[in-house]
Design a protein around this ligand. Structure first.
Ligand code: ATP
Ligand code: MG
Length: 313
């Protein structure tokens, strides 16, 4: 395994933020953000353009000072102990400024040295990380030759160079091709598996569904808390069932005594969990209902997002 694969010391709640606010003049970018991100898990940060996601992440990473509220990252306060927070956090900004004349490996080595990692160790870690993000062939090439998606991957490697326990990824899938997106998903799950806490913002909600353990919704500078969590949980209980003869399906569902909405193609059925879904499907098949599709209605995060009061700034 790579040097980065050593699990950092676990902190149960890696990020805790309470009542965080930040304004730019008269623009109240973040008004009241409260969230926790546990170690060993991936949490999504979701909300419309301009709702304050990037501003919140900048405050969590210690790059921007909050006007109000408290933040703890890996047990440290970014306002009073910025150095400790920087050492424990990996920040992947939404737009990478790269040093165009440096090679990819030089970029990572230099970044590692900035974190006081000895040059040889930083270089070895850079080699490992470039392999991990599939950029090994670009190790000795200047960053300016990289495509947009490749720059994104270099940015991800850069966030990991000091082996941080907490990762803040601001729209990491931006500009990635389909294969790179799938690989990013796998990598992000690996990071969590290594005990890291990951907070990831994205507008591609269907993609987040498969990547995250939990989601935080933001609207107009505020985190939505339990209301949104309840909506996500509710959305996860909707299953779509398609049958060759919908009428037969409706009769069978009525007899099974499960809540459903009849549809032309079949039904939307309320089922609490995967275990009960398996039982319901087995029962329907046993009753001779010709089911040709059975599964969750779609992205629970997307449904929740669309149900939220949509606003754009
Ligand atoms: N440095 C700044 N000066 C003035 N206003 C700012 C500054 N940074 C952010 N804002 C404003 O704060 C609000 C929140 O911006 P932010 O970048 O945090 O949104 P976001 O949720 O990340 O949006 P997006 O999905 O488009 O990335 C916006 O109205 C933005 O115009
Ligand atoms: Mg943003």
């Amino acid at each position: 395994m790579t040097a980065t694969a050593q699990a950092p010391a676990p902190v149960r709640e890696a990020i805790v933020a309470t009542g965080v606010a930040r304004s730019f003049g008269s623009v109240h970018a973040v008004q009241d953000a409260t969230l926790t991100v546990p170690a060993g898990s991936v949490t999504a940060l979701i909300g419309p353009n301009g709702c304050g996601k990037t501003t919140l992440m900048l405050m969590l990473s210690g790059l921007l000072r909050p006007d109000a509220g408290t933040i703890t990252v890996a047990g440290h306060n970014p306002s009073t102990d910025a150095a400790a927070v920087r050492a424990s956090i990996g920040w992947m900004p939404d737009q990478l400024g790269s040093w165009d004349n440096l090679t990819c490996l030089q970029t990572l080595t230099l970044m590692g040295e900035a974190y006081r990692i000895p040059r040889a160790t930083a270089r070895a870690r850079g080699v490992d990380l470039l392999a991990r993000v599939h950029l090994s062939e670009f190790a000795e090439r200047p960053a300016r030759v990289l495509s947009r998606g490749q720059k994104q991957r270099l940015s991800l490697a850069r966030a990991l160079v000091h082996d941080p326990g907490v990762l803040l990824l601001d729209e990491p899938a931006n500009g990635l091709d389909p294969r790179s997106r799938i690989e990013l998903r796998t990598l992000v799950r690996e990071f969590a598996g290594e005990g890291r806490a990951v907070l990831v913002s994205s507008h591609v909600l269907a993609e987040l569904d498969e990547m995250v353990d939990d989601a935080i919704f933001m609207s107009q500078g505020r985190t939505l808390g339990d209301d949104a969590a309840a909506m996500v949980a509710d959305a996860k209980t909707k299953y779509r069932v398609d049958a060759l003869e919908p009428q037969v399906l409706h009769e069978a569902l009525a007899a099974y005594n499960v809540p459903f909405e009849a549809q032309e193609y079949g039904a939307i059925v309320r089922i609490d969990d995967a275990h009960k879904a398996a039982q319901a499907l087995a029962w329907l098949v046993q009753q001779g209902v010709a089911v040709h599709r059975f599964g969750p209605v779609g992205s629970a995060l997307e449904q929740t997002y669309m149900a939220m009061n949509e606003e754009r700034r």
